[in-house]
Design a protein around this ligand. Structure first.
Ligand code: GAR
Length: 218
């Protein structure tokens, strides 16, 4: 039972490091986004750009599952969406080769995996060295891989969260850029905890992009 009714309402969270919004001078960062599902993180990045919290442009969205919500979001923002269905490729490397081609065609500088649910290979990682970021719904290095939120509930942790990190070959393992922590409430189900985590994802993903942009323009 939730003995502290105010906890659920106020949804406390801790974000570290704190990142101020990026200065707007300089060329906008050219982003390529990859999504497999709802695309709410894509939307958070698009929103941050529109409200000038982020000096970037989304050049293209690549998606792998036909009909996902992310595509409708891209259309609304006027972002080209390219379907690369993993089922059409024999090997992961072949899919990644196609991804790299599309990103090159759209002159992408930084890649954002915003809910991309496929393993990536050195073909993609080496094409954008230290320029691929991923968002994952756990406080890494805990709960890597699939069903991270379910894993957190199963483990009985009291604090969960999300992580934005640079992508390395080993899954969910690269250098951490930003994390946000949220409480796990006693009656949480995976959906309720994931919803609380996603509120923070939508904050830290644009902030992490702002962080790398700041690094680039130093
Ligand atoms: C997000 O919660 C993201 O952290 C997770 O998929 C969701 C996508 O949501 N990513 C992973 O689990 C990657 N291992 P969205 O489509 O609404 O942005």
């Amino acid at each position: 039972m939730n003995t502290n009714p105010t906890l659920a309402d106020s949804t406390p969270c801790l974000i570290s490091p704190t990142v101020s919004t990026v200065r707007a001078q300089g060329q906008p960062l050219k982003l390529g986004i990859m999504a497999s599902g709802s695309g709410s993180n894509f939307e958070a990045v698009a929103d941050a750009i529109a409200s000038q919290q982020l000096n970037a442009e989304i050049q293209v969205l690549i998606y792998n599952n036909p009909g996902i919500k992310a595509v409708a979001r891209a259309e609304r923002w006027g972002v080209p969406a390219v379907l690369l269905n993993h089922r059409d490729y024999k090997r992961r490397e072949d899919l990644d080769t196609a991804i790299v081609e599309v990103f090159r065609q759209y002159k992408v500088e930084w890649v954002v995996m915003a809910g991309w649910m496929r393993l990536v290979t050195p073909v993609l990682i080496n094409a954008f060295p230290d320029r691929i970021i991923n968002i994952h719904p756990s406080l890494l290095p805990s709960f890597k891989g699939v069903k991270a939120v379910e894993q957190a509930i199963e483990a009985g942790v009291k604090i969960a969260g999300c992580t934005v990190h640079l992508v390395r070959i080993e899954v969910d393992s690269g250098p951490i850029l930003l994390q946000a922590a949220v409480p796990v409430l006693p009656d949480d189900r995976p959906e309720t905890l994931h919803a609380r985590i996603q509120v923070q994802e939508h904050r830290i993903l644009p902030q992490a992009i702002a962080l790398v942009q700041r690094g680039r323009s130093l």
